[in-house]
Ligand binder design. Structure first.
Ligand SMILES: [Zn+2]
Length: 74
């Protein structure tokens, strides 16, 4: 089963219609096209992950922003 989040196939089945993605560390329930995605919090509770990325705060990427060298003069 492909993970609906990362689209990888490194998933494990935890129940008849429940799977776990080892890459994202999320559980997903349901069926293709209508997945509900849950992440596991520090206490082991399943918390439904809201589509749209509630944790998408790292848009700028890692590391300091270093400007690329200017293009070579023509
Ligand atoms: Zn995944």
């Amino acid at each position: 089963m492909r993970c609906p989040v990362c689209d990888r196939i490194e998933t494990g089945r935890v129940a008849s219609d429940q799977y776990f993605c080892w890459r994202c560390c999320v559980e997903f329930h349901g069926a293709p096209g209508r997945w509900r995605v849950f992440r596991v919090d520090e206490e082991g509770n399943l918390v439904e992950a809201v589509a749209g990325g509630e944790e998408a705060t790292d848009a700028s990427g890692p590391g300091p922003a270093i400007e690329a060298p200017a293009e070579a003069a023509v």
